[in-house]
Write a protein of this length. Structure first.
Length: 619
């Protein structure tokens, strides 16, 4: 609920600010929590506006050790009001905890998270000085595809169009909160700039995380993506749509389909049978729900439930041409790509103070689940009709399309990483030289490519103000993701393409686990994840250990360093980067270690792999 409250506290005219919450589970507890959040916000929002509070999230404000608002200089009257609001916040949290233990209001729930009717409720329509708060739960039935996050966003797009129809939309994930009340003003500076506004679709802010340690072992801060890639794209047509923390123009979702002279039948074909929604596409449309004490009438409520029904999109272009697209689980990437292809641009706004903060992943399981989903979704696009190498170059900047293509085909790194992790080691184990001799001038070419790649990455890390430890962490996580996430993500995309499985959307855990958080802050990997995900990684490490030790002994005995030096160095480099995994298998005894059963299974499979590989090299 801190996300909701912080959004209501944005420094923006309250009559123009409307906050929508999508509850895909259809829980009465969420609805109750929203009503309680609105009641608390009646004290919190005026308090923040009256005193210019710079941290709009109450949880962050009351738990912060730093007083960036200068509270100690504001006098006893302010401190008394601050204590009063803090007491109300504690009561608000206590009511939510009590309700959670009791299972909701009167122990009732709308229905199953995957099988429940639509529900829309406007909260606080009679309070002119407060933003409108709207609860939206779309209908979900087992017999109808719900299209994951993209489907939920499209429902919000439709429902909001007949309630408020604001021309600009901020989209936030539930684990993010507003960290600066002026983010809307910053975004509007771009959206209202007459030089760029006609083609500007969205203003993207970076995702920042409040729980990231200096030794970010899982690369949860996404430094490379947010600081390097997004910053570079800002010099072209703009950054890629990132799923959260962006202000987008509503008209960018509809494109040329909202012209005044367009055929009404074509609009119904695209947007469905709701006449009210089609009227909302016009420039002169005024929503019927206003801040004058009026809430939804029975007819209007029926219309919103129609728009939120699971069958509304049948025989329409929703998810195909009318907005958040369904062809990939990374709906943000694909939707932003098609917007750029239609001539829209975007802007990357990265102020020194994070405008939004959230929770980054702090355990290996969430990191691998998240990475596998991203890899699957990106490769979905790569092998679809929207492949950036085919669909993009004629519709957008060639450099922008290459950047999209690089990300779409990024999961294919698993091929090269698996090859470099197995083939040189097998040859080392069997005394077969794979690279030129150290004394050969051709060896310098291989050394230059390897060292220049590492040096370029190190330069980028240092350029963004990070340390050598960050460089090592990113190298390690890139290798881990390539071996696991990229492999499984690519396989998943291919199987969906040939019809062997249906699309799935595995969410990351939004609840902080104290034990996992403690290991993360200590810089120790938490290897509690599925055997299918962890085993390939452990097999590769054990194979490298065996090949390095046996191969090194053979090299020392034969004295052929000149021939085998490069393979010895490569295997040693992989082991250095894999030290946390070796530590988890051999040295650690805590709950987060590599389970002995996985170590044993992986050892057997690694020996089988090395044996079969050695036999294959003999013929």
């Amino acid at each position: 609920m801190n996300t909701v409250i912080s959004a209501m506290t944005l420094d923006y005219p309250p009559e123009k600010l409307h906050v929508y919450v999508s509850d895909d589970g259809g829980s009465s507890l969420t609805l109750y929590g929203m009503k309680e959040a609105w009641e608390f916000a009646r004290s919190w929002v005026p308090f923040c506006r009256a005193h210019g509070i710079k941290t709009p999230c109450p949880k962050a404000y009351f738990s912060s050790l730093e007083d960036e608002d200068g509270s100690e200089f504001l006098g006893t009257e302010f401190m008394a009001e601050r204590r009063r609001v803090q007491i109300e916040y504690e009561k608000f949290k206590a009511r939510l905890r009590t309700s959670s233990k009791e299972g909701g209001i009167g122990n009732e729930s709308m229905s199953s998270p995957r099988d429940h009717p639509a529900g829309v409720e406007v909260i606080g329509a009679d309070q002119v000085e407060m933003p409108l708060l709207v609860y939206v739960s779309r209908e979900k039935r087992p017999s109808h595809p719900h299209h994951f996050k993209a489907g939920a966003l499209n429902v919000l797009l439709r429902v909001s169009s007949i309630i408020s129809n604001s021309p600009y939309i901020l989209i936030l994930d539930c684990d993010m909160y507003c960290n600066d009340p002026t983010s809307a003003q910053k975004a509007m500076c771009f959206h209202l700039d007459p030089k760029i506004s006609p083609t500007l679709a969205f203003v993207q802010f970076p995702q920042r995380f409040h729980n990231i340690s200096k030794n970010d072992i899982y690369d949860s801060g996404l430094r490379w993506t947010l600081s390097i890639i997004w910053g570079g794209l800002d010099g072209l047509q703009g950054p890629i749509l990132s799923g959260t923390c962006f202000y987008i123009k509503r008209v960018a979702f509809y494109g040329s389909l909202i012209q005044d002279d367009i055929d009404i039948l074509k609009l119904r074909e695209f947007f469905g049978p709701s006449n009210e929604f089609i009227r909302s596409l016009g420039q002169n449309y005024k929503p019927r729900v206003s801040k004058d004490g009026n809430s939804l009438s029975a007819i209007q409520l029926q219309e919103t439930q129609l728009l939120a029904s699971c069958s509304y999109e049948n025989q329409t272009k929703w998810g195909k041409e009318a907005r958040f697209l369904y062809q990939s689980v990374v709906e943000d990437y694909l939707t932003g790509f098609t917007m750029h292809c239609r001539g829209w641009t975007s802007v990357y706004c990265n102020p020194s103070k994070p405008q939004f903060l959230g929770c980054g992943v702090t355990n290996m399981n969430d990191m691998l689940v998240q990475g596998t989903r991203w890899s699957s979704g990106l490769f979905d696009v790569a092998i679809s009709k929207f492949s950036p190498l085919i669909y993009g170059p004629l519709r957008m900047s060639i450099l922008e399309s290459f950047c999209y293509a690089y990300l779409a085909y990024h999961p294919l790194y698993f091929i090269s990483v698996w090859c470099f992790g197995i083939i040189p080691q097998l040859c080392l184990l069997n005394g077969i030289p794979l690279y030129p001799k150290v004394s050969d001038s051709f060896c310098m070419i291989f050394a230059f490519i390897f060292l220049s790649s590492l040096s370029k990455h190190l330069y980028e890390v240092r350029f963004t103000g990070e340390s050598f430890q960050t460089w090592m962490n990113e190298q390690r996580i890139w290798m881990i993701r390539s071996v696991t996430c990229h492999l499984y993500g690519s396989m998943d995309a291919i199987m969906k393409k040939i019809g062997m499985r249906e699309a799935s959307f595995l969410t990351t855990n939004k609840v902080v686990d104290n034990e996992q958080e403690k290991l993360y802050q200590m810089g120790k990997f938490d290897f509690r994840t599925s055997t299918a995900i962890l085993a390939p990684l452990v097999i590769l490490v054990i194979s490298n250990m065996a090949a390095f030790m046996v191969g090194l002994a053979k090299v020392i005995a034969a004295g052929n360093w000149d021939k085998m030096f490069v393979q010895v160095v490569l295997s040693f480099y992989i082991l250095i980067m894999s030290y946390p995994i070796v530590e988890g298998m051999i040295l650690r005894k805590d709950k987060g270690r590599v389970p002995p059963s996985i170590t044993l299974l992986s050892t057997v499979l690694a020996m089988v792999l090395l044996t079969l590989g050695s036999i294959a090299l003999m013929y």
